[in-house]
Ligand binder design. Structure first.
Ligand code: IMP
Ligand code: MG
Length: 183
């Protein structure tokens, strides 16, 4: 995207740099979809669970690259508020209504940072007796020390910077940027 287009979308606020570009992301998401498609059998009862809001663009692109029958639902957990560091409390704002028991869950996260969100959700979802739970994350900061579920599929190793775009926000801004940038 040309610079003028970026500034129009950010309301004139400048970004630090583009970390993962649009084409690069599309290619990687296509690969991940193929890997997921190859991992499960054609008769697996798959439920893709997107963590809102950050995963909405990634999930939308990803599921269109998975050549298997599957269902999609979402869950909402909130931990960051308007800050750029984790506040340490994960609030469950929406629980998926889709049945979980006996199904193969694929949790879709935009970014794994401290791992607190994913740890709490994994515990809560395991209690509902799925056949399996795997994590698919677009980005992984590799700072979590006690992750109980490592991503089976990870798009990119993320730099230790605050990232926005392609679903990721800062105080709800920048989610609609078609690339991932640091601020
Ligand atoms: P964790 O619980 O610390 O792993 O945080 C995970 C959640 O925090 C992600 O799903 C994001 O919504 C948010 N988050 C973590 N790092 C970033 C970032 O660099 N930019 C935007 N959101 C982030
Ligand atoms: Mg967020």
């Amino acid at each position: 995207m040309i610079e003028a287009g970026v500034l129009a979308r950010t309301g004139g606020r400048t970004l630090n740099r583009i970390v993962f570009g649009t084409e690069e992301i599309a290619e990687r998401v296509m690969e991940m979809g193929a890997e997921i498609g190859a991992y499960y059998g054609p008769d697996s009862d798959i439920l893709v669970l997107g963590l809102l809001k950050g995963s909405f663009i990634f999930l939308a692109d990803l599921v269109r690259r998975i050549d298997l029958p599957l269902h999609v639902d979402f869950l909402v957990a909130s931990s960051y508020g308007a800050g750029t560091t984790s506040s340490g409390t994960v609030q469950m704002l929406y629980n998926p209504t889709a049945p979980i028991e006996g199904r193969h869950l694929i949790l879709v996260e935009d970014i794994v940072d401290s791992g607190r969100t994913i740890n709490e959700l994994t515990i809560a979802l395991r209690a509902r007796n799925p056949a399996s739970i795997e994590l698919c994350a677009l980005l992984h900061k590799h700072v979590a020390t006690d992750l109980i579920l490592e991503p089976k599929w990870c798009g990119f190793d993320a730099p230790h910077e605050f990232l926005v775009g392609y679903g990721l926000d800062h105080a709800e801004d920048f989610r609609h940027l078609p690339f991932v940038a640091s601020i």
